[in-house]
Design a protein around this ligand. Structure first.
Ligand code: ADP
Ligand code: MG
Length: 683
């Protein structure tokens, strides 16, 4: 197989790279010629597109040209040495300051025009702090767009530019094309060589955009083609692997036994997935549904469908508590239908376990419910047909690959209550289909949510909760720490436990945290469910899935420490029964963005809206599933804003693989994929 030789050429072979420069380049993470040439500018000094001071909005990275009117060195409170210049470009004035560079006071020339490059912040006036700058004199007619690289102090921009230019001149022309020609032609993508030239030294803004587009596509192509090719192979080799007879008797009986009607959204998703299952291809679905949308029933129905058509099924949950809860909620109904279902967790040991495993292997047990350990262990099935993974936003490409590598070939359904915008979901989970339960069962009362920010409010809250408990309701209190050894000023579970006991002395309080043994946790959870406890103080353990309809109050302390989605999940533990429910978010945060998040929760219960706000307030890499998808280490693509490109590339890949029967007819692309999947995704 052809290998991109530039990844092997060390940088000291490049003209103009002295030993001292070599060390600096290494600091920038550049060791090979490839690294150097793919070290793209983080911004451009675009003289063709200078920003006017009068048009500034603040919080933007700009290049502007302005006259220095005055330079002063005012004292600062912190004792830092500051040099301050006031500049003017005819459309407005701007303050430019530098810290710890006192010599600038002498060298900046009043009355001269300078180019300033940097971030403009908006305070009581616009201000630029520590910008790069240079005298504009004699450059009036240059009109060029200069690259600005991320660099280190010891390495100035001009040196980097010179080295990269020299490398480009010597080797730029011999980079071979890694996008198949037909794709380039059809989608009008510029060639690798030209794009490299334009990304470093753009001839004009339009060509720079073309170059950026090309590298975004190139980068996505490697990832998505890789993922989709795997999927293509699996589809191909398993065509007809599952032939379902389409029996639905048990399923109908089960539906008939439910005390409620399925929602339209539930039905839609079930029908869609039936179709997929009947197709004979292996399905790979992500079912998204907000907290309380009724995903469990959907999963059980699909498992049952597989069972009555001759297969076994697995349902996996992230914790033993959840697995147990699922088991308890369905086993009776299923046993009545003559379907044997068992719970298999780490706590099932010894003879019981041996027997269970035997009955699974013989096919006597039809459905097994447990934690993820089911698949990790060497559990044998007779005829496994469907794996359902509940509450799992962290089940990425890699984990799926691992399953397949173990020879586990079954239909796969991942269920998540962390909604992410559909377009993003499709791109993150390149090889998944996405179905959304976009409706809650009828009759749910909205949860009243309040941000508690003072001691006074907190006292009122305790009085209120006291009233609710008297009425027979139950309450959750969530702490963000397990014990006091974590040094932050947040409340530990133990502290919260004593506080709750002293404030609400007439009630039975239980505690649940991660260091307890599974058996102890189960006992506490069981007591709470049976209403032998009124209050449950806990860590995040209860984040997902727990279902106690009588519980109508959720209190979350130090709520600024949790992400929006987590808070939404926690809140979803209440509002599950007929009672009006309440959520109190305790936080004395003065941080603007934390405050903004809490306000989002006060204003809406729509998980999708919350997810979108979450996206705006967080970095892409923190979104569930993104890290595991391989999308988070993309350099040229911003997965939040480039959703369109991500979709385009997905379509390109699907079309290409179809045309070429799953083969990739470009050696370099093939090699890039190999490298990506062997190196980055397995770590
Ligand atoms: P989630 O999607 O958060 O996992 P669950 O599956 O735990 O939600 O369902 C939440 C509650 O709603 C359960 O008590 C379940 O029995 C109930 N439920 C599910 N579907 C319906 C429906 N169509 N109508 C009324 N209640 C439903
Ligand atoms: Mg659930």
């Amino acid at each position: 197989m052809y290998k991109d030789i530039y990844k092997d050429i060390e940088i000291f072979n490049i003209k103009g790279v002295a030993a001292s420069t070599y060390a600096k380049l290494r600091k920038l993470g550049i060791t090979s010629l490839y690294d150097l040439i793919y070290y793209f500018p983080r911004a451009y000094d675009d003289r063709t597109n200078l920003k006017k001071i009068g048009e500034l909005r603040g919080d933007e990275y700009v290049v502007l040209k302005a006259n220095i009117m005055s330079v002063t060195a005012p004292p600062t409170r912190t004792g830092l040495k500051m040099v301050k210049a006031t500049v003017n470009d005819g459309t407005g004035m701007l303050e430019v300051v530098w810290f710890q560079r006192p010599y600038l006071r002498k060298s900046l020339e009043i009355g001269e025009e300078y180019i300033f490059i940097g971030n403009v912040k908006r305070g009581y006036t616009f201000q630029m702090v520590n910008p790069e700058f240079k005298l504009y004199k004699g450059q009036q007619n240059s009109g060029e767009i200069l690259p600005i690289y991320s660099s280190i102090k010891e390495m100035n921009q001009n040196t980097l530019r010179r080295i990269i230019k020299s490398a480009m001149q010597e080797y730029g022309g011999s980079f071979q094309e890694n996008i198949p020609r037909e794709i380039m032609e059809k989608y009008k993508i510029i060639g690798r060589e030209e794009a490299l030239k334009e990304i470093h030294f753009p001839s004009n803004p339009r060509m720079l955009e073309e170059a950026k587009r090309r590298f975004a596509i190139e980068e996505l192509l490697v990832l998505e083609m890789g993922i989709l090719q795997k999927r293509f192979e699996i589809d191909l080799s398993n065509r007809g692997a599952y032939s379902l007879q389409g029996h639905k008797k048990l399923v109908s009986k089960f539906v008939g036994s439910l005390p409620f009607d399925l929602t339209t959204a539930q039905k839609k998703v079930i029908t869609e997935i039936y179709k997929g299952l009947n197709d004979g291809k292996l399905i790979n679905y992500l079912i998204q549904g907000d907290v309380g949308s009724g995903k469990t029933i959907v999963a059980v129905l699909l498992l049952l469908y597989m069972v009555e058509n001759g297969y076994q099924g697995v349902m996996m949950a992230p914790t033993e508590i959840l697995a147990t809860q699922h088991y308890l909620s369905i086993y009776e109904t299923l046993e009545k239908l003559g379907v044997r279902v068992e719970l298999l967790t780490g706590s099932v040991k010894g003879k019981k376990r041996t027997e269970l495993l035997k009955d699974l292997a013989s096919g006597e047990i039809k459905i097994v419910i447990g934690t993820h350990a089911i698949i990790e262990d060497s559990v044998e099935f007779n005829k496994l047909g469907l794996i359902v993974i509940d509450e799992q936003h962290r089940f990425g490409v890699l984990q799926r690959k691992r399953l397949r590598d173990k020879g586990v070939l079954a239909n796969l359904i991942v269920m998540s209550a962390t909604p992410i915008p559909r377009s993003l979901a499709l791109s993150i989970y390149g090889d998944l289909d996405v179905a959304i339960i976009d409706e809650l069962p009828p009759g749910r009362k909205p949860i009243k949510t309040k941000w508690i920010s003072s001691n006074e409010d907190e006292d009122k809250m305790y009085n209120f909760i006291d009233k609710k408990l008297k009425e027979g309701r139950q309450a959750y209190f969530v702490a963000s720490l397990i014990d006091e050894s974590e040094k932050l000023s947040a409340k530990s579970t133990e502290e919260l436990y004593s506080e709750v006991m002293s404030k609400l002395p007439n009630y039975r309080v239980g505690i649940l945290h991660g260091r307890m043994k599974n058996k102890e946790k189960d006992e506490v959870m069981h007591l709470f469910k049976a209403h032998q406890l009124d209050i449950l103080v806990s860590t995040l353990v209860i984040e997902v899935g727990v279902n106690v309809p009588n519980s109508s109050v959720m209190v979350i302390t130090n709520s600024e420490r949790f992400g929006l989605s987590t808070l939404h999940q926690l809140r979803g533990r209440v509002g599950r029964g007929e009672h009006q429910s309440y959520c109190f978010l305790i936080s004395t945060t003065e941080n603007d963005s934390s405050g903004a998040r809490l306000k989002v929760l006060e204003s809406t219960e729509d998980g999708f809206k919350i997810a979108e706000e979450d996206l705006k307030l967080r970095k892409a890499g923190e979104i569930f599933g993104v890290k595991q998808s391989g999308l988070s280490d993309l350099k040229f693509v911003d997965i939040v804003h480039d959703v369109k490109t991500i979709r385009l590339v997905k379509d390109i890949c699907v079309e290409y693989l179809k045309t070429h029967n799953g083969k990739i007819k470009n050696n370099i692309l093939e090699w890039d994929i190999e490298e990506k999947f062997n190196k980055s995704l397995t770590s």
